[in-house]
Design a protein around this ligand. Structure first.
Ligand code: SAH
Ligand code: MG
Length: 198
């Protein structure tokens, strides 16, 4: 089966099962960014069913992706999808909770797309795995337009999540070591890079 067809199938599956894969414009933007900046190795936190890892790996033949997923069923589905697309040599899937998992390698790009309430933790934990000129990309900064919106009508859980995301945005804005740019693309994307030492 051809690549495009398999990818459409993954998108459909995600839609039917309510799996929050990246929005189309968001993933296209990220893939362009990867090509433009000649990114070679990527660490992804939150694989779900492998969609974004597959798209990133397909953006250029010399891209490799290491991706971490803690949900067993999604991990199994991701393994299947990556095999179908014959990308097992370039995508390494790890079944683990990223917060309990340590990795030695340093990466050109770290893509944070797992539990939104833990974003600060992911950022702090994995920034040590970033090459000096690498990028940390974060998805779902806008969370369907809910960050910085009126919270009075939200459920308690949603309100807590949005509050945490807002804390993350403040954390990025106030960060002394990293400079962040925010893009109103897809569900909102942040790209952070180390500030140059003075
Ligand atoms: N990047 C994917 C979508 C990821 S959805 C894509 O665009 O195709 C977020 C995923 O992060 C979920 O599948 C969830 O199970 C996983 N996740 C949440 N917290 C995690 C953690 N601490 N470690 C690993 N995976 C986590
Ligand atoms: Mg996302």
């Amino acid at each position: 089966m051809d690549q495009e067809f398999l990818i459409r199938k993954i998108e459909k599956y995600a839609d039917q099962k309510g799996i929050p894969i990246m929005e189309k414009e968001g993933i296209e933007f990220l893939c362009e960014f990867i090509k433009l900046n000649k990114v070679k190795n990527i660490l992804e936190i939150g694989s779900a069913i492998g969609y974004s890892a597959i798209k990133m790996a397909l953006s250029s033949e010399d891209v490799t992706v290491t991706t971490i997923e803690k949900d067993k069923d999604r991990y199994i589905e991701a393994v299947k999808n990556i095999k179908k697309l014959k990308l097992d040599s370039r995508i390494t899937l790890i079944f683990a909770d990223a917060l309990d998992f340590d990795i030695e390698e340093d990466f050109d790009l770290i893509f944070i797309d797992a539990a939104k309430s833990q974003y600060i933790k992911f950022f702090n934990k994995f920034s040590k795995n970033l090459k000096p000129k690498g990028f940390i990309v974060t998805d779902n900064i806008n969370f369907h337009g809910l960050t910085y919106s009126d919270k009075t009508k939200m459920s308690k859980n949603l309100r807590q999540l949005i509050t945490k995301l807002e804390k993350y945005i403040n954390f990025l804005n106030d960060n002394k070591d990293f400079k962040t740019r925010f893009f109103e693309i897809g569900d909102g994307i942040a790209i952070s890079r180390r500030r140059r030492k003075k």
